[in-house]
Design a protein around this ligand. Sequence first.
Ligand SMILES: Cc1cc2nc3c(=O)[nH]c(=O)nc-3n(C[C@H](O)[C@H](O)[C@H](O)COP(=O)(O)OP(=O)(O)OC[C@H]3O[C@@H](n4cnc5c(N)ncnc54)[C@H](O)[C@@H]3O)c2cc1C
Length: 325
Amino acid sequence: MIMHDLTKKNALNLKSEASELFSFETESDLIEILEYAKKQEKNLQVIGSGTNTIFPRYFSKIVVKSSNNNFQYAEEDGDAYLEVGAAVNWDDLIDFCCNKDIYGLENLAGIPGTVGAAPIQNIGAYGQEVSNLINYVECFDTELAITRKIKAENCEFGYRKSMFQTCTNFIVTAVGFKLSKHFNPVLKHEGLQNLNFTKASDMIKKIREIRNTKLPNPMDFPNLGSFFKNPILSTEEAEKNEKLANLKRFEMPDQKVKFSAGEMLDKLNLKGMKIRNVGLWTQHALVLTSNGITSAKDIRNAEDMLKKLVADYYGIQLEREPSYL
Ligand SMILES: Cc1cc2nc3c(=O)[nH]c(=O)nc-3n(C[C@H](O)[C@H](O)[C@H](O)COP(=O)(O)OP(=O)(O)OC[C@H]3O[C@@H](n4cnc5c(N)ncnc54)[C@H](O)[C@@H]3O)c2cc1C
């Protein structure tokens, strides 16, 4: 049997193989793959570029990956409507928009991964979330074997959350964005507040520069970006917890307050820690890196230990951001 090596197709470089790997571009490709999977009595596992996933040593499911790199574009009353294929590299979309004077996605520059994965955890950075810019998500529904367009308001988007994380019968085939022909920079994030941009290209360049100083490049140091979500508590809960008193607070709507999971780990002196070949990045305690030969089991082991240390000290249960496949 020919095995497909996926070791270089996941950002942690975990050694991983799949006995079956198919790419799809059209609905008929997916119908064909689905029929084949039914005959084999196997489920499908969709992957993007593996920057938010922990791959197993062997995939028991049939692995599928989009090859849809198509773009469709229309303008109306100063708005820009863009439909982008799931396989398109996210950061290439940022450059495409910038070159065509299409605005809105600037804050999300530099995020690795594919367009198809962007709605799954509702990617966000520097004061913007992709859900604010999505018009609809085009999906192939493997239960009904049809393609559907799901409006953004029905995607149950939240902080690093969407309904696609639980409704795994949806394979994203394209994403429809509602963007603008006018540059209105969103500068509310603390890292951008004192800055001013007249050109989107300058803002994108700056955001990529800031990110490069904070995050290790997965090509040099295999990592998945933020490993834990920032905990959000009710103001009442936060006031009661004395251990949180010296941490930075970010006020949120609905009497909620967000804390930095990275700061919690940092204050526990965990920045730079290493257990077997899994460690926390020396510059940023929220970034888990793999420093050699590691497996999903080693990652799970480090995850459990970090969660326990934070729970024991702060009484807070951290939630993991990437998923195990
Ligand atoms: C250095 C670094 C920095 C990062 N910075 C950020 C950041 O600032 N903000 C942020 O939000 N994230 C960040 N991430 C996480 C990651 O970039 C995003 O989550 C990205 O969207 C993942 O894309 P991917 O193609 O690699 O998805 P994968 O890791 O391959 O998959 C992620 C999930 O999406 C599912 N999926 C993938 N494609 C599809 C599809 N077509 N249809 C249905 N499901 C699909 C997979 O099954 C999996 O559950 C960072 C990661 C790294 C390594």
